[in-house]
Design a protein around this ligand. Sequence first.
Ligand code: SF4
Length: 371
Amino acid sequence: MSPNTLGLYVHIPFCARKCTYCDFASFAGLEQEMPRYIRRLQAEIAQKSETDREIATLFIGGGTPSLLPPQLMKQILSSLHQHFRFLPDAECSCECNPGTVTKEFLAVLKEGGINRLSFGAQASQPRLLQMLGRIHTWDQVAASVALARETGFDNINLDLMLGLPTQTIKDVKETLLQALVLSPQHLSCYGLIVEDGTEMQRQIHSGVWALPDEETERDMYELCRETLLENGFAQYEISNFALPGFACRHNVDCWRRKEYLGLGSAACGFVGSIRYQNPPSLTDYLNGVPAEETFISPADARFESIMLGLRMMEGVSEDAFYRMHGVTVDQAFGNKLQKPIAEGLLLRENGFLRLTRRGMDVQNRVLVEFL
Ligand code: SF4
């Protein structure tokens, strides 16, 4: 991606039902607001398009973008292409929830330039899907992926979850095998985070569910790593695995601290020394409440490069760091590098600064050294 290109993130805040673990800015039962939301989104697209920068990546996330009627998705994609110039090889992703995906919807995505799909699959066991409040079965995951392939999509991600209450190593193994049968190009394996205010948190606090212990969760993660590496995937970020050439460019650009525009309620964007977030409340967004902006100081920007870059296996390019910040890593952090390097948590080689396997396990501890 040349420095002059931009990423785009578009947020679709509607869901069929709220999952028990979800604290994203997404809402169930507000389908009647969809046409109004799309009109407001189109206005924002037009307003933010005053840029001559080309678009290298687009990510439509949510929420559940695949819950939109195909006609409304078509309107969003037309607006985006009308107002922005996309690179010919732009990576354009859309999140889909199995159980909401139709042939017509996928055809609209394909026609509108979407070339990568991400399915929230999570786990293959009915009891786990039910506990998570997911609206789909594993059969629907398989059917959605098959439909996507029929429509011509050949870059497909499946999201899986680890560390769930009652989940066993055997469950994880079974899910991985079921996922591999579907031949995805990309797999994201996320550990459950129990977020404040979620149904999952209430259930855990009231003793309905207990989380697996840390060691079991680590074993689950290792099982994912080993199984996916054995099957030709490369790990390129803590939770992300891809076949060669299929790493998600949108996310990699975010971790490399490339600029992107966020469109839609709750969407975040980052341009120059400003990060902004649109109002998370649907009503506020519809009523035109402006985004909240945060100034990023040069010191904050340098820390962000380290914090985001160290998530990736490749780490932080020292050249790119210098080009972005005008100072070397040594000038920015001086002797703060020495301790984690001496402890075997951080490696400095071939112009990159990256975490070791052990460093990955204690990432936060390493980051504290840079503060
Ligand atoms: S589908 Fe995604 S965004 Fe919607 S409630 Fe579930 S986890 Fe949250």
